[in-house]
Structures are given as C-alpha cells and as structure tokens.
Design a protein around this ligand. Structure first.
Ligand code: XIL
Length: 360
C-alpha cells in the first residue's frame, strides 16, 4: 500500500480530526493532530519558490495549516506557456508537498480573466474557446484528482463596477462564449471529479457602498442562474481581501450569505488578508487594527453561516502579493497576514483561531 495519503484518505482524516481521532496508521504531523470537535480548518496560499527554500516558512505552514492552495502555480499563465504545452512542474511540487504532509489541497483557478497567457488572445470562435476551456479543465482536474479536494472553478466573474445585473468581467471566455463559460467550466470540472467541492470565487463583496452592493447583487444573480440551470456549483468563495479603510457591510453580507445558504451552497473564506496601506506606521497599532478588521469580517460571516474553512492569501508577511499593488507611502513593508516576516504570530492569528474554535 502506498504511504502517500490520497485525497479520500485526507478527507477521512479531516473528518476524523474534527471528531477528535486520527485515522490509524497515518503520521500526518501537527496540522493533522486531533482537534476539538467543531474546529474548522485553517489554510494558506503557498509559493513553491519559497516552500522549496525557506525552512522557517515551511515550518510555519506545517505547524498551522490543514489546507494549502497554490498562489499562482495552477493558473493558466503558469500551466500553459503555449497552446500545446502543459507545464506542471511547480504545481506538481506543491501537490506532492500536500500529499507528503497530509494536507488538503485547493486548486486555483480554472477560468479567470487574469494570468492568461498571450496565446489565448488568438482564440476566436465559440467552438474553439469551449474546446480549449474544457480540454484544460479535463487535463488539470484529472491530474490532481487524488489530492485536490476543492477547486476555484471560476474566479472573479463580476466586473469591477457592474453596469447591470447580468454584466460580466470581460475575458477571452466572455468574448467567445458569453456567460455560458461559467456553466461550461463547472460542468467540465464535475465531469472529471464529481466529488470535488466546486467553488465560485469573488472579491469586494463585503464592504459598505454602492459598488460593493452591486457586486454582491451580481454574484447572487450568477449563482441563482447556475443553480436554476442545474449546474454543479457547491460553494461561494469569499476572497476577503479586506481594506483597512473600508467598513464591513455586516447587514448586507449577512443577508447575502443567509440567502446563498438557504439555496444549499457552502461558503469558504479563500484569500483573507488586510491591505494596510492606510494604517499607521507603528507596527503594534497597525497589527491591532488589521486584526480588528478581520474580526469585523469574520463576525459578519459567522453570524450568517459557518464557513467550511478560513484560508489566508499567504501565511507570513515575508511572502505577500499586497506590495505589488498597495505599497505604503511611509516605505514600510506591508503587514497583511497572520504571521509577521519573522514568522511570529500576530494578533490576526489569534482572532482567526477564535473563530475556528467557535461553535456556531
Ligand atoms: C495574486 C498572487 O498572489 C500574485 O503573486 C500574482 O502575481 C497575482 O495574483 N485574487 C486572486 C489571486 O484570486 O489569484 C490573486 O493572486 C490575488 C487576488
């Protein structure tokens, strides 16, 4: 018998861990030690370039995470340098790391407007687009079927500012297929792996303000339509890239989540972090305010539904996407994540832990 745990083993162990017992004969390490009943899994996005070289980072991940998700290694730009080429090396490394360490793996992402290789701009017809999209999904989902338990099938379908309710974010997929690309992607993923949790992942749906309300309405509309068409969508991913200066729309988020819950959908928090561009320079104060923002958000989410998992977009400030777009004016490094750049837990981690343990 192989010593590599399969996804089904991992799911079994996850369930066993939730009920306070480890599956016999498997040494999954600390992330899989028995947990109090009701304890939710915490996870983080990972970068292979760091995981491969940085012992402290790897240790922090293994100590804390029960789920990992590749930050970029499963995006089209990484996997598909050319039309006829699949390049799996880095994604494979992450999948092996998950298998070896008994971690659940989430896949990110199968259909997105972003991180698309140049060659996809030449896709011209509906037939060609459908063929490329479905073939990609079949190849990628089947390759990681044993280890990926959940896919962000469609990422960010809602436009930055929806002009109307059916409005979608432009991409090669909408250009050739209109809104049918969403159903096509979910159906293709489900056909290959009927047991995976298939997620529609979106951002900027949790704040107070007209733009965020209309984004929430658009997301709701997409989900309702998919369900009406019998499309296998199982969960909504709330990315949760929070901004320190934006208030959480507690009532709006609660109403949205209660509704999608009543439709039988699950919810995951998939990319939590706090963009700290406008927070004070003093680190202790900055960390305190970031933790409070996370508390506000989780409180609103948990008041409507218990999410399946809380996943942050990275574990440590040492490796974060935030400075790509949101560098601070004082020149100080951003501090968006639960561990600081020295791998010390910050108040944000304590807040997340509190919700993971909460029975609601
Ligand atoms: C980001 C990665 O973190 C960066 O490393 C990359 O350069 C750009 O993409 N929402 C998403 C993620 O769904 O895929 C994005 O990840 C962050 C925003």
């Amino acid at each position: 018998m192989s010593s590599i745990p399969t996804r089904r083993d991992a799911i079994g162990t996850l369930a066993a861990a939730a009920f306070g017992a480890l599956a016999p004969g498997r040494a999954f390490g600390r992330a899989w030690e028995p947990r109090p009943s009701g304890d939710l899994p915490y996870g983080a996005a990972v970068r292979w370039s760091a995981l491969d070289h940085d012992d402290a980072y790897r240790a922090a991940l293994l100590e804390r995470c029960r789920i990992i998700v590749p930050e970029g290694e499963m995006k089209w730009a990484d996997l598909r340098p050319a039309r006829d080429v699949f390049q799996f090396e880095n994604a494979d490394h992450i999948a092996d790391f998950a298998r070896r360490n008994g971690l659940a793996l989430r896949g990110h992402t199968l259909a997105w407007y972003g991180a698309m290789p140049e060659w996809t701009n030449a896709i011209a017809t509906a037939r060609e687009a459908e063929r490329e999209l479905v073939a990609h999904i079949e190849t990628v989902v089947s390759r990681y079927r044993d280890v990926v338990s959940s896919w962000d099938v469609v990422n960010e379908p809602v436009p930055e500012r929806p002009a109307s309710i059916g409005d979608l974010r432009p991409s090669v997929w909408t250009r050739c297929l209109g809104d049918s690309y969403i159903a096509t992607a979910f159906r293709a993923a489900a056909a290959v792996d009927p047991t995976a949790t298939l997620v529609l992942n979106e951002y900027d749906v949790e704040f107070v303000g007209g733009r965020f309300t209309s984004r929430r309405d658009s997301l709701r509309h997409i989900l309702r339509k998919l369900l009406d068409q019998g499309v296998p969508v199982h969960a909504v991913g709330l990315q949760g890239h929070l901004f320190a200066e934006r208030a959480i729309d507690r009532d709006g988020l609660q109403a949205f989540l209660s509704e999608v819950k009543s439709w039988g959908l699950k919810v995951l928090i998939t990319e939590l972090d706090v963009v700290d561009k406008t927070l004070p320079t003093m680190e202790a104060e900055r960390d305190r305010l970031a933790a409070l923002k996370v508390d506000d958000f989780l409180d609103a989410v948990f008041s409507a539904i218990r999410p399946e998992a809380v996943i942050t977009w990275g574990v440590s400030d040492r490796y974060t996407w935030v400075p790509i777009y949101f560098t601070r004016n004082d020149g100080r490094p951003n501090r968006p994540l639960p561990f600081d750049a020295d791998m010390k837990p910050k108040p944000m981690m304590a807040v997340i832990d509190r919700y993971l343990r909460r029975d609601v």
